[in-house]
Design a protein around this ligand. Sequence first.
Ligand code: ADP
Ligand code: MG
Length: 726
Amino acid sequence: MHSFESSPNLLIFDVRNSPDYYFQPMSELLDTDIKFLPGVGPKRAELLSSEAGIYTFRDLLYYFPFKYVDKTRFFSVRELDTDMQYVQIRGKIRRFATEGGGAAKRLIADFYDETGVVRLVWFKGQKWVLNAYKPDKEYIIFGKPTLFSGAFNIVHPEIEEPEKKASRVSSALEAQYSSTEKMKDHFLNSKAITKLVSAVFAQPSLRFTETLPSPLVKQMGLMTIDNAIFRIHFPDSNADIEKARFRLKFEELFYIQLNLLRYKGSRAKKTHGFVFAVVGERLNSFYKNNLPFPLTEAQKRVIREIRTDLGSGRQMNRLLQGDVGSGKTMVALMNMLIGADNGFQSCLMAPTEVLALQHFNSISRFVEGIDVQVALLTGSTKKSERSRIEKGLLDGSINILIGTHALIEDTVRYLNLGLVIIDEQHRFGVAQRARLWQKNDCPPHVLVMTATPIPRTLAMTLYGDLDVSVIDQMPPGRIPIKTMTFTDAQREKVFGFMRRQIEEGRQIYVVYPLIKESETLDFKDLEDGLESMARAFPPPEYAISVVHGRMTSRDKEISMNQFKTGQAQIMVATTVIEVGVDIPNASVMVVESAERFGLSQLHQLRGRVGRGADQSYCILMTSHKLSAEATERINTMVATNDGFEIAEIDLRMRGPGDLEGTQQSGMAFDLKIADLGRDGQILNLARSRAEEIIANDPDLSESDNQALNPNLKRLFGKNFSWSEIS
Ligand code: ADP
Ligand code: MG
């Protein structure tokens, strides 16, 4: 066990006193393979790495507890209550007995103090328990009380003798670590992890190298690294936990920001970009003759921001955020026209074929009579058409290529690609974006557009190296969407409402959830739903079109068209219609099993309506009983139409790891301790401190900053090509 004699203050190690400073700034011990830690061995090492991402001693020390339990407090049996998490009770075992048979066979014991009796229960290790503990001897038990047929039970309690507990040096607040079922099966539970962490602290050669510049540690009043790591695992007080957490969260966010800023800085210096110098005939004639509506002020401002980038001689890397329906496509188009005016090709990449086709159709219509060639390339483009397009791209006759990820395949080569626009980027993996850089001698300008409002903290972490533009204004004449919620029992009422809307000439989406893990099940939901829809809205009076992921793209297109042209009044779909589909006459969105959707997804879906001049409605169908979280999501949807507000709530409720589409984005979500939903202030501090340091010392070569480079390399070395492109 660790003790305060080996306490962290003695472990501080000033790199500058070390002769190895330039060659070995990191402690070797911390980089040791976890299998060499006493108590681990090859088998547990395998589990630790595959289940918890722990490969080295350092990884183990950075495997932080998710909570602490107070073991200074004792409870009496009478005080027990159902909402208690863990309790510690002093008392005696009255007698052991076994109950049940076969797999349900369990060992039970009555455990009593002066105030009452609780029942201890074991399903496993019964023989061992009978050997280890004796009736009528005093023990301290620790566990979670549950109420079972009117009496309190504690299943698999920890049991300790009072004398042993007293002689053991331990912290008052005991760290609890998460472990997976597989880990638990091999006895790698929270307690075992505590032991392993202690084993690292017991290593005589353990040294910590301060990971932050010492002026920064002083300025911010941070705990030093050795203290913080020790106290996060073995705190003596809540104040310890707070200080250690603050330090480690700050460090984590600081390095992410430092990496982004360093990267942004060096890119700005090194990467020269194509210059789109002129505003030419195409844009001018489009603006004069073709623009179907006046641009909003927000669109104008954003176009100016982008144009400045395109003329600057530096390669543009910009994120364009704008809520659903704010008019991002027009911004994209005008910039592609500027590209064409300057002799460059552009491509616009959409996440689905449906969307690519829609972009192609609307953009082709917008540019009628303008001298630009627009082509569509998707996975289902016919071979002959494909070779025609490939030829046109190589000889430069095609100016604008619209498509899905097909347009970044290696076989697709351009004469002079100057601008890449990525719509709804969160569907595109990092690797796909990386390929863009190979498409021309000099990397093309990149504009990433997203309607998924990204909370500020998240944007700073994910895209902290990108410049950001925001369209924060809707085209005029939009009537706010009304959102209502109904339970399945009120379905007839909803059908009645739908009929009246159809009578008034409106069209209706009905969306069913589609969750990857149970595609078959969801498909059944869709089929059942479709059947009941067909009964409630029978032909010939009504027509229903269907779009789902199992259809060929040809069939999807036919279905979409039926709905677009108004032949069908209802479109039943899975979430394939989620992003970007634009049918102004569709003014009602019915979401089935709305409780199964995330907040941002619901908001995206709602954005499909409200595009025309009529009052639009979003109807959230839910089952009768909802979890507290589902209720909050539904209530939020009813209460607000503001995408950013919804995104903030979503982030707070779920944490960034679960936000839609963020899983693929990699490192930013692998946060070990910081929580982007809660630690916005720490993030701001980390960002400003990182900015100051980079501004004063861009290469991080000053003596105070020299510890930073090796840490950056260790943390982000593998991801460097990633940051090259995002
Ligand atoms: P999103 O930002 O979600 O991609 P779109 O570009 O699809 O939004 O635009 C939504 C709708 O609003 C489209 O029908 C588009 O033609 C229209 N639109 C865009 N800008 C304006 C504007 N300034 N005034 C009126 N309608 C506009
Ligand atoms: Mg769009």
